[in-house]
Design a protein around this ligand. Structure first.
Ligand SMILES: Nc1ncnc2c1ncn2[C@@H]1O[C@H](COP(=O)(O)OP(=O)(O)OP(=O)(O)O)[C@@H](O)[C@H]1O
Ligand SMILES: [Mg+2]
Length: 240
């Protein structure tokens, strides 16, 4: 069956190379090393889909505090206050404090899934971000991460929302993800900062995989300017 509904990335020029956007309901890894704008790209997807398409989003931050995350987005020229009724930024560091206050002894995976389910039930949810999958795995603290990840992906798919899982990559590894998450995911988008000579580096983006999509496997220069992400339209634009 052909995929009809797709989520726009709001990276100008990129969707046509994805086969029209991210198929609705997919679980997609957004992988990259530190500072490759993983959080910015996915928040930007939630932000513009909230404004343009009235979609509801939840951003589960397992590491960065909500205030710092939203300050960063403001610095990019996005206005979190404008979408406060559409996007819930759920700071699990804060939840952890509250949980300890109440002396509860629930596992982290339970708390995170409960947060997502409650948000979906109470407000509705179209788009979900988990930042990051690496921290989730650490919090889960299980002996066999493969089984935990298999269960997580199965559960996410059953929710029928489009999910972006941020995957932090180490500088010395070419692996997009560990413990088979790259095979479980419906899609993988790779963000990179590449040296183009001894001094200069450029941001790049590539769709590594996207099930159900006839997508390009090229790397594109990723440009951020005037509060927008875009990829070059013509060859003369590539190194701007
Ligand atoms: N106002 C700005 N305009 C353009 N780029 C910016 C601006 N502010 C920060 N940046 C860039 O954004 C990067 C951080 O973006 P972001 O937090 O989305 O990356 P990340 O890949 O999620 O990082 P981390 O690995 O720390 O989670 C900074 O390292 C910087 O290069
Ligand atoms: Mg980040």
């Amino acid at each position: 069956m052909a995929i009809k509904e797709r989520i726009q990335t709001y990276i100008d020029g990129f969707d046509k190379h994805l086969g029209g956007g991210v198929p609705k309901g997919h679980v997609v890894l957004v992988a990259g090393t530190a500072g490759t704008m993983k959080s910015s790209i996915v928040y930007n997807i939630l932000y513009h889909n909230a404004i343009e398409n009235s979609m509801r989003g939840a951003y589960i931050s397992l590491e960065q505090e909500k205030e710092g995350l939203l300050d960063h987005m403001e610095g990019l020229g996005l206005e979190p206050a404008k979408v406060a009724d559409k996007i819930d930024v759920l700071d699990v560091g804060q939840t952890r404090l509250e949980t300890e206050d109440y002396g509860l002894r629930k596992s982290w995976t339970f708390i995170i899934r409960d947060l997502i389910e409650t948000t979906k039930k109470e407000k509705g949810l179209d788009l979900l971000v988990l930042d990051s999958l690496n921290i989730y795995e650490t919090m889960a603290g299980v002996e066999d991460p493969r089984i935990e990840l298999f269960e997580l992906f199965k559960w996410l798919k059953s929710l029928n929302i489009t999910t972006f899982l941020i995957q932090e990559m180490s500088l010395d590894s070419k692996e997009f993800a560990k413990h088979g998450a790259d095979f479980l995911a419906d899609g993988i988008v790779h963000l990179a900062l590449e040296m183009v000579d001894d001094i200069h580096s450029h941001r790049r983006i590539k769709c590594v995989k996207m099930r159900g999509s006839n997508h390009s496997t090229d790397y594109f220069a990723l440009i951020f300017g005037s509060s927008k992400f875009r990829i070059p339209m013509g060859i003369s634009d590539v190194w701007k």
